[in-house]
Design a binder for this molecule. Structure first.
Ligand code: ADP
Length: 380
């Protein structure tokens, strides 16, 4: 009984057998009840034509007929049972085998072997299930890969400031470094870097999990662009980089969380400042455009372009800009304090608003342009 409960093959066979039994029983009942009546009716018609001596023969005929029907039924039942065995074996192989394969593969995946895949045969629901299974395995392996990479990246990012702090502390203990404000300031600088990194990581994990609550409202793009520009105005002046805002007239409001969008524009303007030499310029331009996102293609949207005339980015590097911890020039970014997470967070934030963030650059030393696309507010 346990064996039957556990195996789909047995269940299928039993279901065929049940149908065979029901068929045979109903045939038997029909033959038992109806056949003699029908036969008697036909024979009585014949009797009218024959003489009385034939009556004994008729009784014999009836008895023989019933024996023959039972015999035929037994043979038919045997053929049906053998057919049930053959058909259920075939169906079992077609249905149960792929399911067993998936079960084995899922156990392997559960034990960490994410490269496991099952064979997709045919076009039916089972093939569809196998395809979905493979897709799930692929997503799992990608997630696992990203997790592994993140741990490696975080460890790498932590190592530098920590070994720098350790070096200064050892210098202080050995008396190699003087206990003066400059020494402590260098430790503080590294600790600030660590704090920033931890903050960025927290923000990144919340953004990736979609756990940043947005307070959406219809806002004029000028509101958050100007807020971000004002916060960086002094730094632009200090470095000698000009910042120009070209905010289109009569732009429709966008539906955004003002604080979050200010954060995005701050990141883009901060990067533009960092990667643009003194004497060069940064321009923020906003306008209405036609949306290029696949699902809303052609719909009107607001486009904000942050363009600089700075160091630019090579085409193969542009593709990686939004990957976390990606820095074009690691040593330069390190001194500048960038962790390479800013753009990743910004992209997540813009996408959470239903928009997009893209980057382009004609090449090294030819400047870079970052484009934010946002859907137009519902009030419009
Ligand atoms: P970071 O905190 O290092 O600036 P981001 O994610 O904001 O991190 O940027 C990732 C990398 O993209 C930067 O390290 C830099 O190499 C490159 N980048 C970003 N903005 C620009 C720009 N305007 N011009 C040239 N390179 C840029």
């Amino acid at each position: 009984m346990k064996r039957i409960r556990r195996h789909l093959g047995w269940k299928l066979f039993l279901s065929y057998l049940t149908i065979v039994i029901i068929g045979v029983v109903s045939l038997a009942i029909a033959a038992e009840l109806h056949a003699p009546l029908a036969l008697t009716r036909h024979v009585s018609n014949m009797e009218a034509l024959m003489d009385s001596e034939a009556n004994d023969m008729v009784a014999d005929l009836l008895e023989n007929f019933q024996t023959a029907v039972t015999e035929v039924l037994l043979v038919a039942a045997a053929i049906a049972v053998v057919s049930a065995i053959i058909v259920s074996t075939f169906v079992t192989r077609r249905i149960v085998q792929p399911i067993q394969e998936m079960q084995i593969a899922s156990q392997r995946i559960a034990s960490g072997r994410y490269e496991e895949r099952v064979q997709v045969v045919g076009e039916d629901e089972l093939a569809e299930l196998a395809r979905s299974f493979n897709q799930m395995a692929h997503t799992l392996s990608q997630t696992e890969e990203r997790r592994r990479q993140l741990i490696g990246d975080v460890a790498h990012e932590l190592r530098t400031p920590l070994s720098s702090i350790k070096g200064v502390m050892e210098g202080l203990q050995d008396g190699v470094l003087p206990a003066e404000p400059a020494t402590f300031a260098s430790i503080e600088h590294e600790i600030s870097r660590l704090q920033r990194l931890v903050g960025d990581l927290e923000e990144l994990s919340r953004a990736e999990a979609g756990q940043i609550p947005l307070q959406l409202e219809d806002v004029d793009t000028a509101v958050f662009i100007q807020a971000a520009a004002e916060r960086l105005q002094l730094q632009y002046e200090d470095k000698g980089v000009s910042l120009t805002l070209e905010l289109g007239d009569d732009l429709p409001p966008v539906q955004v969380d003002t604080a979050r969008m200010t954060q995005v524009i701050l990141n883009l303007l901060g990067n533009a400042l960092q990667y643009t030499p003194a004497g060069e310029s940064v321009t923020v331009h906003s306008s209405v455009a036609s949306n290029q996102l696949a699902d809303v293609q052609g719909e009107q949207c607001v486009q904000i372009r942050v363009a600089d005339t700075g160091i630019g980015i090579s085409p193969e590097q542009v593709r990686h800009l939004f990957e976390r911890f990606y820095r074009v020039d690691k040593s330069r970014a390190r001194t500048g304090g960038g962790s390479g997470i800013g753009l990743t967070i910004s992209k997540h934030l813009v996408e959470m608003h239903g928009g997009s963030l893209t980057a382009s650059s004609p090449g090294i030393n030819q400047g870079a342009t970052f484009t934010v696309t946002l859907p137009i507010g519902v009030g419009e």
